[in-house]
Design a protein around this ligand. Sequence first.
Ligand code: FAD
Ligand code: NAP
Length: 563
Amino acid sequence: MRKRKKRQRIPSARQPSAKPLKQQKDRMAKRVAIIGAGVSGLTAIKCCLDEGLQPTCFERSEDIGGLWRFQEHVTEGHSSIYKSLTTNSSKEMMSFSDFPIPEEYPNYMHHSKMMEYFRMYAKQFDLLRYIHFKARVCHLRKHTDFPITGQWEIVTEVNGKQESAVFDAVLICTGLHVHPYFPLDSFLGFEKFKGKIIHSWTYKNPEKFEDQRILIIGLGNSGVEIAIDLSHITKQIFLSTRTGAWVISRVSDGGYPLDIAHFTRFKNLLYHILPVALVNRWGEKKLNMRFNHENYGVKPQHRFLSKTPVMGDDLPNAIIAGRVLIKPHVKKFTERGVIFEDGSTEENIDVVIFATGYNFSFPFTQDTVLRTQTNKISLYKYVFPPHLEKHTLAVIGLIQPVGAIIPVSELQVRWATRIFKGLNKLPSDNEMMADIVKKIQYNEKRYAASHNNSLVVQYIDYMDELASLLGVKPNLLSLLLTDPKLAWEVYFGPCTPTQFRLTGPGKWEGARNTILTQEERIVKATKTRPLQSCTDTKVTATSSFFIKALTCLGLLTVILSYL
Ligand code: FAD
Ligand code: NAP
């Protein structure tokens, strides 16, 4: 007979010591369950505390950090990274909005540095005490009184025992890159192949692949980085792509990080007002000037703006040195190799790595709670399921921004917690559905087909959209009148997350100074051999100021002439 698992009640989350009046208030505060203690879960705990809510976080593993905590072995249901992984968004763009990354940290951080930063964040805001580790959420379901109270029942498994508790609201922070998308079945003859086939999710380091001939399928960030990582010690790397990609580099003009140089409000306005064809031509020309995408075999079928480009600093070096050979899509596997769509073949392939991305799913809940189809989900502003009778459930971090995810998760939680408290309201179900459909249609039209293009958002546009709902979008006109220096940096400087701490709920006193010193922190990390400042830099800076000022005046004139 199967032994029934014993159910217990989960003890309430421990609360920080406080004065009696505060304790009374806490008892009345809404209890919020947070599933997952990765980046999204950590910021969820912090934002709940900021709003006076009572967080209880359940984390199935024994530590914080989620994807960013490197482990030698993969665990089913947990995201995984390789040993050499370095971020593809820069530190000023990917930090939490009220907790800047230390100035001496590199602009692009190794995963170990990211973990150090998350541990500092958890310590600074005393977050660990709210986390139940080794507690896997196995069921999330509506409480019987849900239509009246909006409450949820959560069943967790701890040391083989099931425990249950009721919460007033739930934040799902279980990650997007968790379940490998492994489309083996769509490849003819794969079952005959005698070599090894793995997914990039299980790739950890290059050592055991020494002197082998390896085929990597997928020209995404994982495919490119794993190809480079392996290419120094393997016999040959073949990198197969179905559609090609525009390849960008972490280091941009003047040596600034790419997102710092391009994600400014000024440039974002230009992208919106200039014809798409012109921006495409400009982007492609710039990327082809670094290396000709056609000659290097990666030229995509889509235009520059139609798909997120791939980060591949070292890819042209590896191709020009012959360590990586770009190949078309695989038509068929043979016993020892593959036949590509152009008819060429490669034999004696030892290993095939599917760098084909990830699917998301919520195995702990039913379709009536979260309606998902393969990699598609209906969420209002990518956060709230619209069909629930009460809006006490939010999904955090389930998004593919062209830019960093961390500040996006943070802003999503800031908004969601205000909705839970009733301080912000959602529109009617029909209005939410209409917005979801509009976004899906927009993405289908704008982006080339790929298995997660319904989740793609442009960083500044999406952050501004959420910030407007929350009341934290910086008001440029009022800033210009009251604090022109700050207004200048907010408009022409990188649109860093701290911009959303200048005003409204969650306003942070340190925001102004953090924004005005971001340039120093960026440079400090690379300028480890200080030199006396030379006039050239000053001349460039001054001329760049005048160019920006003139462009601004020009734009203003154009806008005024339309009014
Ligand atoms: P995760 O980090 O996946 O954390 C989810 C947590 O939930 C885990 O700790 C997991 O154990 C827990 N959990 C899951 N299910 C349960 C359950 N049932 N019960 C209890 N706990 C559960 N983004 C960037 O912004 N910049 C980058 O440079 C960048 N690089 C990336 C590199 C790679 C290789 C990949 C795959 C992604 C990268 N990302 C990057 C995106 C990345 O997903 C986010 O940065 C971020 O880690 C997402 O955090 P999260 O907390 O939402 O999810
Ligand atoms: P991905 O971005 O989804 O890319 C998957 C690739 O596989 C695409 O090139 C896709 O080609 C290809 N593919 C999918 N299905 C295929 C099929 N059936 N046949 C052939 N090719 C197929 O996945 P990823 O590269 O693993 O990246 C996942 C996330 O992690 C992204 O957000 C990425 O930015 C992040 N990441 C970051 C870093 C970093 O920070 N250093 C490193 C790695 C990953 P098509 O384009 O033709 O569909």
